[in-house]
Design a protein around this ligand. Structure first.
Ligand code: KIV
Ligand code: NA
Length: 273
């Protein structure tokens, strides 16, 4: 029976068959992708996708732990990574370790993810040396939306050099992989060729070592907006609304519940029903 890969197994997939990943926030969603995805990310996108927050800035450690525990219950063959929320790691390596250790010990996550390149390299090295596998996240880093000035493509023009520097810095600091979000495809390919750890693209390039999407985006469940980099593989939001309308129509017509959904006064003989 297949068991979940470890961060080192993910790292070893550099240059090989593309890594497949999605976000997950709940047990049933985790079960849906278990054994199909190489890893599932309990992303801080949970704040926007499930809690209706305007950005990821309001996401707390408690939310990440609650959703991390739920996702862990649904995964057997897929590795779980949990995002470090805004404010839980930027201040110092020591604070980052304290919170990363909590995320791992309370949820069972195999690794944490944090946003930042060159300026987070010391923290990444500090964590890795102390037993915390780190997935880095560079390019568009949504926790910095207020200093980036919006959800723009990162690394265009002269900024390409600093993004390459970020990628090299997190790889050298010991990250086992790095998410590249919303960067030019050619730059994503250059970074992928340059660094020794797998690149996981989202709005990057098919040439990355792997891909990730927000699961509610690709299922069409989250419909408040659709980034260009999202491909919708289903329209569960539309389907769900149609199902709810059909239920409402049935209730109003008294055609639900029907005979097969209701109970007789006398218990049936034989198997308990
Ligand atoms: O929180 C999230 O969903 C993420 C992925 C988009 C990489 O960080
Ligand atoms: Na995130």
């Amino acid at each position: 029976k297949k068991t979940a890969p470890l961060p080192d197994d993910i790292k070893a997939r550099k240059g090989g068959a593309p890594l497949v990943s999605l976000t997950a926030y709940t047990t049933p969603m985790a079960q849906m992708m278990d054994g199909i995805c190489d890893f599932a990310l309990v992303g801080d996108s949970v704040g926007m996708v499930l809690h209706g927050l305007p950005s990821t800035l309001g996401v707390t450690m408690e939310m990440m732990i609650l959703h991390g525990k739920a996702v862990a219950r649904g995964l057997k063959q897929t590795m779980m990574v949990v995002d470090m929320p805004f404010g839980s790691y930027e201040e110092s390596p020591a604070l980052a370790f304290r919170n990363a250790a909590r995320l791992m010990s309370e949820t069972g996550a195999a690794a944490v993810k944090l946003e930042g390149g060159v300026h987070m390299a010391d923290t990444i090295a500090f964590l890795v040396k102390r037993g915390v596998p780190v997935m880095a996240h560079i390019g568009l880093t949504p926790q910095s939306i207020n200093t980036l000035g919006g959800y723009k493509v990162q690394g265009r023009g002269a900024a390409a050099q600093s993004l390459m520097a970020d990628a090299k810095a997190v790889a050298e600091a010991g990250a086992f992989s790095v998410v590249l979000e919303k960067v030019p495809a050619a730059l994503a390919d250059e970074i992928t060729a340059e660094i020794a750890i797998p690149t996981i693209g989202i709005g990057a390039s098919a040439g990355c070592d792997g891909q990730i999407l927000v699961v509610d985006d690709m299922l069409g469940l989250f419909t408040a907006f659709k980034p260009k980099f999202v491909k919708r593989y289903a329209n569960l939001g539309t389907d769900g609304r149609a199902a709810i309308q059909a239920y409402a129509d049935d209730v109003r017509a008294r055609s639900f519940p029907a005979a097969e959904h209701i109970f007789a006064s006398d218990a049936p003989t034989g198997a308990a029903k």
